[in-house]
Ligand binder design. Structure first.
Ligand SMILES: Cc1cc2nc3c(=O)[nH]c(=O)nc-3n(C[C@H](O)[C@H](O)[C@H](O)COP(=O)(O)OP(=O)(O)OC[C@H]3O[C@@H](n4cnc5c(N)ncnc54)[C@H](O)[C@@H]3O)c2cc1C
Length: 393
């Protein structure tokens, strides 16, 4: 396994507890330092089809995309997750948590168990990954959005062609803005509307479930849509002070939003705004395995021998705070496949590809729906602009 971000770590912890499997995990970072707050989707710890499908945006897509036996198998796998790991998953699905605390907790759990997993701190190159492969090995790439192997898994001239195996859809450019507020603050669609009512542009949209009160402080994260030109003129991360100086229009809109929260709940902003500017992209590996190379028969392509899988952001990436959950979901499915030692490799690859494709369909439709709803929301007070975006029939 290459890459010990959240997905590589979860997959290692799942495989580590299985019989007759040993994992060698390679990671280039020596420390987990990413402090951004994330939350896992409740469906990861669902114990019934109803709770797995309970989602206000696309719950009804679940039974349209997945067949009943697939849903049942997914739920059965969740029930079989060792209690030390499932307790962690449950706690992360309840509220916000820093990304590095998820990474450290799984990392510590793997080390504390003490068997079935070997770890090496190293940057792994494609050549090294290939050279290490022995008969019976499975190579899993969990190296994130800039995947080490994604574009090398399909037949080609031998040259690595960037994008050869990647489909990308850019939805928008956005500022992800996070702040802490010293009172309880919950948000819903009415709140998003009323607090933005004087903001014709740069509406701040807290994500549903992105406000979390921990007893004394509310963590609030949301997005503001920006243009490609504005995106290009900003550093990758900055604070409220920088925003006020360089983009006063966005800052005023944020201030109006926060003032309205204060009017309502009489609290104070704690510290400054934390701002990251990112393109909100949806992408997928057209092939999440090397099955095309294996099907083509023996060749001198480096990945024509052993099965290779992409997991986490290396296989699918999505905006709007859903990506880790999706990566965890796919990791669980892959671990369930690897556990079935008598499953022929070809079936394993086919089933993983189908599952990844279905997860892609779901997250694609879901993300387009969120974007569409956001676009309509921007024009709520302008019926003609709203109608332009509706395309009813
Ligand atoms: C601002 C921001 C906010 C976000 N908020 C959320 C959120 O709230 N909820 C959510 O679900 N998602 C969120 N995400 C997305 C989330 O962080 C990613 O989906 C998640 O980190 C992906 O996990 P991963 O393990 O697949 O990849 P990564 O986290 O990218 O981990 C990949 C690992 O591989 C290692 N690696 C890479 N190349 C090599 C190599 N050649 N050799 C050895 N090691 C290598 C890297 O060091 C890294 O540790 C957010 C992203 C951003 C940018």
């Amino acid at each position: 396994m290459v890459g010990a971000g959240p997905v590589g770590l979860l997959l290692t912890a799942l495989l580590q507890s299985m019989e007759r499997i040993s994992v060698h995990l390679y990671e280039k970072r020596r420390e987990y330092t990413r402090t951004r707050m994330v939350q896992l989707a409740p469906y990861l710890v669902a114990d019934s089809v109803e709770s797995y499908s309970a989602d206000s945006i696309d719950g009804d897509s679940v039974e349209a995309i997945f067949d009943p036996p697939e849903l049942d198998q997914g739920l059965a796998f969740r029930q079989s997750i060792p209690s030390d790991l499932s307790a962690l998953l449950k706690s992360w699905s309840l509220g916000f948590c820093p990304l590095n605390s998820i990474e450290r907790s799984i990392s510590d759990l793997i080390d504390a168990r003490g068997n079935g997993a070997e770890r090496t701190a190293a940057v792994v190159t494609t050549e090294e990954a290939t050279a290490m492969l022995q008969p019976g090995d499975v190579l899993i790439d969990c190296t994130g959005s800039r995947s080490l192997l994604r574009d090398q898994l399909v037949p080609g001239s031998g040259e690595v062609d960037e994008g050869a195996n990647t489909l990308k859809v850019r939805l928008e450019y956005a500022l992800v803005i996070t702040f802490l507020y010293g009172q309880k603050y919950d948000c819903n669609e009415y709140c998003k509307y009323s607090k933005n009512i004087e903001n014709p542009h740069y509406k701040f949209i807290p994500m549903v479930h992105r406000t979390h009160y921990d007893g004394s402080v509310s963590h609030v994260t949301g997005v503001v849509n920006i243009s490609a030109r504005e995106y290009a003129a900003m550093p990758s991360r900055f604070d409220g002070e920088w925003l006020r100086r360089h983009f006063p229009g966005v800052a005023e809109s944020m201030d109006r939003f926060i003032d309205k929260i204060k009017e309502e709940t009489h609290g104070e902003l704690l510290g400054d705004l934390e701002i990251v500017r990112i393109p909100l992209d949806l992408y997928r590996a057209r092939s999440a395995t090397n099955r095309q190379l294996l099907a083509a028969g023996p060749s001198d392509h480096p990945f024509a021998g052993s099965p290779v899988f992409l997991a986490g952001d290396s296989a699918i990436g999505s905006p709007y705070f859903q990506s880790i959950s999706l990566g965890f979901e796919c990791a669980m499915f892959l671990a369930g496949l690897i556990e079935q030692r008598d499953l022929p490799i070809r079936d394993m690859l086919d089933r993983y590809e189908l599952h990844i494709y279905k997860q892609w369909l779901r997250v694609y439709m879901r993300s387009k729906m969120i974007k569409h709803n956001k676009d309509l929301f921007e024009s709520l007070d302008d019926p003609l602009a709203l109608l332009e975006k509706l395309h009813i029939y």
